[in-house]
Design a protein around this ligand. Structure first.
Ligand SMILES: C=CC1=C(C)c2cc3[nH]c(cc4nc(cc5[nH]c(cc1n2)c(C)c5CCC(=O)O)C(CCC(=O)O)=C4C)c(C)c3C=C
Ligand SMILES: [Fe+2]
Ligand SMILES: [Fe+2]
Length: 336
């Protein structure tokens, strides 16, 4: 880090000359308890990018109904997947940042943040700034763009810099749903997962997080990005993939087919052995560890399925870190 020289009297010391990289994921509660989950859900579900209903209608439902019922149920689910080092999402995101920081040494200062909960985007951007980073690449770790995820991270970043007198230069990582490096990483990881099974699946399912169907009609590219990822991966692997959308929330219509219904239908159609993976999540999290690996398995077996395998996300595997490295180096070009 350089410190600006020849500052006039009274000017505070200025740290400058470094490049920062901030990995950002969705966010997770501080603990698997009802209060922590309630705090997290309140912040998450009050984001207008996530629930696009005017506050006058939505806040009474959120505060009067959802925050009095969902936290207990969700806390129970979180407690099933919580690790000694915290929530899986926070654990893998931190490890991804540490692995990249180790790779980049002094050239790039790497940190991580969560859109909701801790560590916040504002606090980590300020920490990078304080460490002398005047050029910062912000990387929302979502391969497929959606307003609810990628754009919401951008909102939080630009809200945070609004409070700064001297802005760092900011770059953001574009969606990488069709990037050959991403498709190749998924192919290697899924093929290794399949090769380790002691059965040949009748169906391989790519399960993406769902979104309200209305967002597609309003022009959000998320659904198209998911379809393209699945098509490119299927072509690269030379095998059919079944696409499905998980984690439906609320009464509105969501993208289809739903993962739980797909598992049930496959079992009923005689496809008794399945493998499932979640290409849209760069880290394992509640939605993969609990909803897919635990509940998905139960639902499939209850419907008559016999063998079920969950293939983990890229996380901080060598394949996963190499992918992040490729993506970040490209976006850092000219800065390092
Ligand atoms: C990967 C992309 C994601 C999209 C798109 C997305 C949209 C979306 N999610 C909700 C509601 C919930 N999601 C929850 C958890 C959750 N969601 C994502 C990712 C995407 N969400 C992740 C990575 C996680 C896991 C967080 C963790 O701590 O592990 C939850 C909270 C859990 C629960 O109570 O079930 C909710 C609620 C909406 C409404 C939405 C699109 C509008
Ligand atoms: Fe570093
Ligand atoms: Fe979600």
């Amino acid at each position: 880090m350089q410190t600006l020289e020849h500052l006039p009297d009274g000017h505070p010391p200025v740290a400058t000359g470094k490049v920062g990289l901030l990995l950002v994921n969705l966010g997770t509660p501080d603990g698997p308890d009802k209060q922590s989950v309630k705090r997290y859900l309140k912040e998450f579900l009050s984001d207008k990018r996530v629930v696009e209903i005017p506050d006058i209608f939505w806040q009474p439902i959120l505060r009067g109904v959802i925050l009095n019922t969902r936290p207990a149920k969700s806390a129970e689910a979180y407690s099933l997947v919580w690790t000694e080092d915290g929530s899986p999402l926070a654990l893998y995101t931190r490890r991804q940042a540490e692995a990249l920081d180790e790779k980049y040494g002094d050239t790039v200062h790497v940190d991580w943040a969560m859109r909701y909960g801790n560590p916040s985007i504002a606090s980590r951007l300020q920490a990078l700034k304080d460490a002398g980073c005047d050029r910062i690449l912000v990387a929302p770790l979502y391969p497929q763009y959606s307003g609810a995820t990628t754009a919401s991270v951008h909102d939080a970043v630009f809200d945070a810099v609004k409070a700064m007198r001297w802005h760092p230069a900011i770059r953001t990582l574009p969606p990488y749903h069709d990037d050959p490096a991403y498709i190749a990483a998924l192919k290697s990881s899924v093929e290794a997962g399949l090769a380790a099974l002691d059965f040949e699946p009748d169906a391989v399912i790519a399960s993406f997080h769902g979104m309200p169907k209305r967002t597609l009609e309003l022009g959000d590219p998320y659904h198209c990005h998911c379809q393209k990822t699945a098509r490119l991966l299927s072509e690269a692997m030379g095998r059919e993939l079944t696409i499905a959308f998980q984690s439906r929330f609320g009464p509105a219509k969501w993208l289809e087919p739903a993962t739980d219904m797909t598992l049930e239908e496959l079992a009923k159609d005689g496809k008794k052995k399945v493998a499932i993976f979640a290409p849209g999540f760069s880290s394992d999290c509640l939605e993969t560890c609990e909803e897919l690996a635990i509940r998905g398995k139960e639902d499939f077996e209850e419907a008559g399925g016999e063998r079920f395998a969950y293939i983990p996300c890229l996380n901080d595997s060598d394949i996963g870190i190499d992918l992040l490295d490729t993506l970040m180096r490209r976006e850092l070009a000219g800065w390092v």
